[in-house]
Design a binder for this molecule. Structure first.
Ligand code: AHR
Length: 495
């Protein structure tokens, strides 16, 4: 077993880890909204105003800071007026992007805000640029946030909501280089300027406007957007999925070999290079880092599970997904001065979901546990780290064997660690430089005897958090042992 030396500088913070980095995404796609979150008030599944209680209870434990809705590609085909008013009168439409199924619009604006209130999370709404009008977008903002007398505010009242809601985050379109209109960046930049003008700041509601950003490494998109519209945006998005294989030929979520494992690790780490390079461009136009890089779609994207609707993007979630989540969150912490928000895709039953449901049953995925363990970093100060992290060969690239991130909040230091190597344990000796305090150590571990381990409705706790026994504080050094392919969080509370 290799021993790695790591120094955490307790007196050197590199920025605040915005809690919004821990955001989620729920699209009208497959069984995410319908079945996963919304079952309706008349369902036999216990629910609060139509939203299932078991899922609510599990999600609350993640301290979800914001929730993006209604898409995704769905957002640029969504007409919000179809989703308000008496449910039985709402228009039925075809969800052309996702499986061609009927969308009955039973989950609309009011239901979404209800969900956000129940989760105590900030709503992040994505408006329709691809097939919607400036008027439609502007009226939606008026409907949601205007407190006075106006046609849209009055319509909201007729629909049962007297007071306006608080809405901070608003995206002006989604993937406008692709499903959101197949636009060139110059065209979208001009449209963005136009549409965002009418995303009004009513009363004391202040909207943080997010421009639709680049696909993966489309650096030209970022350059054009920053040059032409950087002065009228608060955030610029970036989408990147970890896809072993290729977009056309994706690989299975459950059946993979060690080469697929290392390919996945390498592709997850690619997020670091992408953020670095997009940030260099943003720095040229916005050296003060006022504009946030908003990674509002990230996660694994595998083949859909056999026997499921391919348009529903349902995939299983193993220890491999747990490692991918840990790598991403560490990368976001590292870039926290530019990355102000990120959203895992997606919340329930779709892509790298934290929760899966089947009828009345519900399970938590390995990814859920990583987010639950890492929530201690939310709004904490990220600490500078250096050291030796070993080497792990992945997809022709030299990756670190272990990745480490540390933060401090209310004097408690949290260190999260992940061992990418599926065959070897790792031992870390972590020095807390700049501190003379003694510490009491506690921690949790996510590990399994098989890299394919995952939870099923028959075995819902096959992968679950355990307490981390192999972590000690002695002579000013924290020693931690990590099993192969594992994720851990250590909490150091000053004596
Ligand atoms: O998350 C699934 C889809 O991936 C989203 O709808 C779209 O924005 C992206 O291409």
């Amino acid at each position: 077993m290799t021993t790695f030396k790591v120094v955490v500088h307790t007196d050197w913070t590199v920025g605040t880890i915005n809690r919004h980095i821990y955001g989620h995404f729920a699209e009208h796609l497959g069984r995410c909204i319908y079945e996963g979150l919304w079952v309706g008030e008349d369902s036999s599944i216990p629910n609060t105003k139509g939203i299932r209680n078991d899922v609510l209870e599990a999600l609350r434990k993640l301290n979800i800071p914001n929730l993006r809705w209604p898409g995704g590609c769905f957002a640029d085909e969504y007409h919000w007026k179809d989703g308000v008013g008496p449910r039985e009168l709402r228009k039925r439409m075809v969800n052309t992007h996702w499986g061609g199924v009927v969308e009955n619009n039973h989950f609309g604006t009011h239901e979404f805000f209800e969900l956000c209130e129940l989760l105590d999370t900030e709503p992040y709404i994505c408006g329709n640029v691809g097939s919607g009008t400036v008027q439609e977008m502007s009226e939606w903002v008026e409907y949601m946030t205007f407190g006075g007398e106006s046609p849209m505010a009055n319509l909201r009242r007729e629909n049962g909501r007297e007071e306006p809601w608080k809405l901070k985050y608003f995206g002006v379109g989604n993937e406008n280089w692709g499903c959101g209109g197949n636009m060139h960046p110059e065209h979208y930049a001009d449209l963005y300027r136009n549409y965002q003008t009418y995303v009004r700041q009513y009363g004391n509601n202040r909207i943080y406007k997010v421009a639709g950003g680049a696909n993966i490494d489309d650096y030209r998109w970022t350059e054009v957007l920053m040059r032409k519209a950087g002065n009228v945006m608060d955030g610029l998005s970036l989408h990147y999925y970890t896809i072993p294989g290729s977009w056309e030929e994706k690989k299975s979520a459950l059946e993979f070999n060690e080469q697929d494992w290392s390919e996945t690790m390498a592709k997850a780490f690619h997020m670091d290079e992408l953020i670095t390079r997009h940030s260099i461009i943003m720095d040229q136009y916005d050296p003060q880092k006022h504009v946030g890089l908003i990674v509002d779609e990230w996660g694994t994207w595998f083949l859909t599970e056999p026997g499921t609707n391919p348009g529903f993007l349902f995939q299983q979630n193993t220890m491999r997904d747990a490692l991918v989540a840990a790598i991403h969150l560490h990368v976001f912490h590292k870039h926290c001065s530019r990355v102000h928000m990120a959203n895992l895709a997606q919340m329930v039953n779709v892509l790298q979901a934290v929760i899966m449901t089947e009828g009345e049953q519900m399970l938590l995925t390995p990814t859920y546990h990583v987010l639950e363990m890492f929530k201690v970093h939310q709004d904490a100060e990220a600490l500078a780290i250096h050291g030796s992290f070993g080497e792990y060969e992945g997809f022709g690239k030299k990756l670190p064997q272990v990745t480490v991130s540390a933060s401090v909040k209310d004097a408690v230091i949290s260190v999260s660690l992940a061992n990418l190597d599926p065959n070897h344990e790792a031992e870390l000796n972590v020095e807390l430089r700049g501190s003379s305090s003694g510490y009491t150590v506690s921690g949790s571990l996510l590990a399994a005897d098989d890299i394919h381990a995952h939870n099923t409705f028959d075995q819902p706790n096959r992968v679950a958090q355990q307490s981390l026994t192999e972590a000690q504080w002695a002579d000013g050094i924290l020693s931690v042992k990590l099993p192969p392919a594992s994720v851990a969080v250590v909490r150091l509370t000053p004596d």
